[in-house]
Design a protein around this ligand. Structure first.
Ligand code: URA
Ligand code: SF4
Length: 217
């Protein structure tokens, strides 16, 4: 970092999070969040979608380009892949609330394109109060961590998706002791090699089938 670039101020989201709020109130309040610097270049905050009384909260990374423009999580290519995987696994829409670890799109402008940038640990920590409040509001039975960012946000920085995926276990999370099912992020399948896509998709479906069986049981 050059001396002319000031370190970003990251007070964290807590002061913007209303106490004991339902999902609608959280969504409304999040429009004002200045907990880290990511709000400024983004179009809008993207909080969540789905049933506010769902039994499973699915946590992604952050909104992508399409989500940033529409204000709704998982409406782009990764979201379509996720929906296909949930359908194949037999997880009903009504059982699912989807959100992200970080609520603003982090990107690097390149020409007229916006290139996705993985959030840093500091962004996850800054944004975490929203996720904690959402889990408190929805009171789900299970948290599904989609990929490393969600896993690190919920379980801590030593989380490793490749080691922990597919195991539904009660664990200490930032939102209390919870049943957690880690799996990969759907984007990792889209970014991965074409010839491995089918297998990677099947593995995601197999992980989500663990959730489907739990919800059915
Ligand atoms: N990837 C995510 O993690 N979340 C979204 O909402 C879209 C893509
Ligand atoms: Fe607030 Fe999270 Fe957006 Fe940062 S990314 S401004 S903490 S909502």
């Amino acid at each position: 970092m050059t001396p002319t670039t000031p370190a970003p101020e990251r007070p964290g989201a807590q002061q913007w999070v209303p106490p004991d709020a339902d999902v609608d109130a959280l969504r409304a309040a999040a429009t004002g969040c200045r907990g880290c610097e990511l709000w400024e270049p983004a179009t809008q905050v993207v909080v969540s979608a789905g049933n506010p009384r769902a039994r499973a909260v699915l946590v992604g990374e952050q909104p992508g380009d399409v989500e940033d423009r529409q204000g709704i999580p998982f409406v782009g290519p990764a979201g379509r892949l996720l929906q296909r995987a949930l359908d194949e696994a037999g997880v009903a829409r009504a059982d699912v609330y989807v959100t992200n670890a970080v609520k603003h799109f982090r990107f690097e402008p390149r020409g007229n394109r916006r290139i996705h940038q993985t959030p840093e640990l500091a962004h996850m920590v800054a944004c975490r109060p929203w996720l904690e409040a959402e889990v408190a509001a929805v009171e789900p039975d299970v948290l599904v961590a989609l990929g490393a960012t969600a896993g690190k946000t919920l379980l801590g920085p030593s989380f490793r998706v490749t080691k922990e995926r597919g195991r539904l276990e009660e664990r200490d999370t930032v939102a209390g002791r919870r049943l957690v099912l880690p799996t990969v992020h759907p984007s990792s399948i889209l970014r991965g090699p074409e010839e491995q896509r089918e297998e990677a998709f099947a593995a995601l479906v197999a992980d989500l089938a663990v959730l489907a069986r739990h919800l059915a049981g």
